[in-house]
Design a protein around this ligand. Structure first.
Ligand SMILES: [Mg+2]
Length: 451
């Protein structure tokens, strides 16, 4: 079973000198470089907080006090931060250096299973899926999970062979034409595997007789991949990093657009709005798709979403998906359905999902999903999360759905509301009290009314 996100330790590598940035980092460590009104790392921290993480270990080094003075113990962000400082020796007088060395140095402070990220990167992916897939892979013998981006040489040199749904090889030193993926920068690790391989590699480097034991974390990940112990998860969004002056400037423009400029958004319910409801033969009921192959878009949806995008709307899907909590399918299948949805409608900026259910079912494998939460519509948690992650002008935004709860949710979040579908009698009566701004038979027709 997947642990709660708030219990997972997040280890942040932030000790680097940032030499490629020259004078810019003379008195300011990389994660503290200003972007708008905040230091760079606060943007990534917002993503991690939105994902539900609360426990952080910052591995600092270069100008550590600047970082500690700003982030403190994390209480001002509602999280807990502790620190381990890099560059200290291993107790035998040898300095542990590089990303691998820094992590070995932090071993006494690490949980058995932890998430690892880099403080010079902005990585906006589904962290819940990363954690879930790691624990799934752990049951099959993996000791680490690496997130991967299909690269084709776009961002850096591809270094991963991924085939037949599996990571086959990770190697930064011996590149081959079979490598189409790149290490994205979000990893889950088992502490014991790290210790086991770290020891072997340290011993190897020690023989070289230098003063410091320096190695890259990628050496450990390469070893794990060779032994079939490194799982891979494909992610679909590009990353940003600030290792070079031009990439730093690129993120500044991106952040201005995303976090400073107010934008309108279309919050769309999923089932019955974007895709067909599915007839389930076992239960003889109409239900949400439980597997990716069951996802079928409704007619006119692709065009309607393109039109909304062209009108300047951010496209967010907000959906309740309690099927795993009710034991009808796995959480993994539900992640797959949403990945397929994003592949079919690339204009979607993000899918926000509530997987909880207050009652659940005894067949449920993920007991943590059974709870009363603040994100299940008509609660507004998903919309609040979207507004934390993007700068949204609610007055110019709307929520469209085919259930009364969608209308309640949109109204409570301060959005315009659009009711879609054939009016069912019970819904009609309720709408008398809480009239939506627009009523239309389909998303395509509703978009027509907006223009
Ligand atoms: Mg619906």
């Amino acid at each position: 079973m997947m642990p709660l996100m708030k219990d997972i330790q997040v280890v942040v590598m932030m000790g680097g000198m940032g030499t490629r940035l020259g004078e810019m980092v003379a008195t300011c460590p990389k994660p503290m470089l200003p972007v708008g009104d905040r230091p760079f790392f606060e943007y990534e921290l917002t993503l991690l907080k939105c994902a539900g993480f609360e426990r952080f270990l910052f591995c600092t080094g270069y100008l550590s006090s600047e970082i500690e003075d700003h982030f403190g113990d994390g209480s001002k962000y509602g999280i807990k931060i502790s620190y381990v400082r890099d560059g200290e020796n291993d107790g035998k007088g040898k300095a542990l250096l590089g990303t691998g060395g820094a992590l070995i140095h932090a071993l006494p402070y690490l949980d058995e299973d932890f998430l690892l990220v880099y403080a010079d990167s902005f990585m906006d992916i589904d962290y819940k899926e990363v954690v879930y897939r790691y624990f799934e892979a752990r049951e099959e013998g993996a000791s680490s999970l690496m997130s991967l981006l299909h690269n084709d040489g776009r961002y850096d040199t591809s270094n991963v062979v991924y085939k037949d749904g599996r990571l086959k090889l990770y190697d930064k030193k011996n590149l081959s034409s079979e490598m189409e993926y790149i290490d994205y920068g979000v990893n889950m690790f088992s502490r014991s595997a790290l210790a086991e391989y770290g020891e072997k590699i340290s011993a190897f480097h020690e023989e070289e007789g230098s003063d410091g034991i320096k190695f890259d974390l990628s050496d450990i990940q390469h070893e794990l991949s060779v032994h079939g112990r490194l799982a891979g998860l494909i992610v679909d969004r590009r990353f940003y990093e600030i290792g070079r002056p031009e990439s730093y400037r690129e993120f500044i423009s991106y952040a201005e657009e995303r976090f400073d400029k107010p934008k309108k958004a279309a919050f769309l319910d999923r089932d019955g709005v974007l895709n067909e409801i599915v007839y389930n033969e076992d239960t003889e009921l109409l239900d949400s798709p439980m597997k990716d192959e069951e996802l079928k878009l409704l007619p006119g949806v692709t065009d309607a979403v393109s039109k909304l995008k062209a009108l300047g709307y951010c496209i967010f899907v907000v959906t309740n998906q309690p099927a795993a909590a009710k034991g009808k399918t796995s959480l993994g299948n539900l992640f797959d359905v949403n990945k397929r949805l994003k592949a079919l409608i690339p204009e979607i900026d993000e899918v926000f999902v509530c997987f909880h259910h207050p009652k659940g079912d005894s067949r449920c494998r993920e007991k943590n999903l059974i709870k009363k939460c603040g994100c299940r519509k008509p609660e507004t948690g998903l919309i609040e999360e979207a507004c934390l992650k993007y700068r949204i002008d609610r007055e110019r935004s709307f929520m469209a759905g085919d259930s009364y709860t969608d209308i309640q949710c949109g109204r409570a979040a301060g959005l315009k509301t659009v009711f879609l579908g054939d009016l069912k009698c019970d819904v009609c009566a309720r709408l008398e009290y809480n009239k939506p701004d627009i009523i239309a038979p389909s998303l395509a027709k509703a978009v027509g009314e907006l223009t």
